[in-house]
Design a protein around this ligand. Structure first.
Ligand code: AMP
Length: 182
C-alpha cells in the first residue's frame, strides 16, 4: 500500500517548520498545521488505515503525546484497542518503565503492566509523529515486549533520515515512515 506522490506532497506541505524550537539549531516539525488541514489529516489517516487493515493487529500503541493523536484515531478506524505509552509518573496503575538517553541526561517512559494482557501474544503497531535519534521509540518497543506483546511495526509520520534512529530501530522491528527529511 504505497502513498502516491500527490498524497505525500499534501502531507509534506501541511507540516510547518519552526526554526530554533525548543532550542537554537533545532528545526521543529510542527504537525498542528497537518491536524488543522482536513484534507491532509484525512489523506494521512486513510492511508494508515488502508496500509494496516490487513496486518491483523490487536492494538495500536501511541507515544506521549503526539503519537496519541494519530494512534487513537487509527485504532478506532481499525476497530482495535489503543494503548498510551506515557512519560514517567502519568499512568495511575502498576507500570513497567524504560529509561532512554537524551542529548543531555535521561528520560523515562512507562506502560501499564496489563496494557496488552486482554489478548495473548498481542500484535502491536507502535506509532509516533516523528523519529529523530530513535531513543524514545526503542524504549517504547522494549516496553511492548516486556509487557508480553510483539511490536510488529513502528510507524512515524516524519523520519529524520540524517540521524541513525531509523536504522537502529530496524534492528528491533519493522519501521515505516511517510515523509523523510534529509
Ligand atoms: P527521538 O527519541 O530522538 O527519536 O525523538 C523523538 C521524539 O521527540 C518524538 O516524540 C518527537 O515528537 C520529538 N521530536 C524530536 N525531534 C523533533 C523535531 N525536530 N520536531 C518535532 N518533534 C521532535
Amino acid at each position: 500500500m504505497q502513498l502516491s506522490a500527490t498524497e505525500r506532497k499534501i502531507i509534506e506541505n501541511s507540516i510547518r517548520d519552526i526554526k530554533d524550537f525548543p532550542k537554537p539549531g533545532i528545526i521543529f516539525k510542527d504537525i498542528t498545521t497537518l491536524l488543522n488541514d482536513k484534507q491532509a489529516y484525512g489523506v494521512l489517516m486513510n492511508h494508515l488505515y488502508q496500509k494496516y487493515k490487513s496486518y491483523n493487529l490487536d492494538y495500536v500503541a501511541g507515544i506521549d503525546a503526539r503519537g496519541f493523536i494519530f494512534g487513537a484515531a487509527l485504532a478506532q478506524m481499525l476497530g482495535i484497542g489503543f494503548v498510551p505509552i506515557r512519560k514517567k509518573g502519568k499512568l495511575p496503575y502498576t507500570t513497567i518503565s524504560e529509561k532512554y538517553a537524551l542529548e543531555y541526561g535521561v528520560d523515562e517512559i512507562e506502560v501499564h503492566l496489563d496494557a496488552f494482557s486482554g489478548i495473548q501474544d498481542a500484535k502491536v503497531l507502535l506509532i509516533d509523529d516523528l523519529i529523530a535519534t530513535g531513543g524514545t521509540a526503542n524504549a517504547a518497543a522494549k516496553l511492548i515486549h516486556q509487557a508480553g506483546a510483539t511490536c510488529v511495526e513502528a510507524c512515524f509520520v516524519i523520519g529524520l533520515s540524517f540521524l541513525d534512529g531509523i536504522a537502529t530501530l530496524k534492528e528491533t522491528t519493522e519501521v515505516y515512515t511517510l515523509v523523510e527529511v534529509n
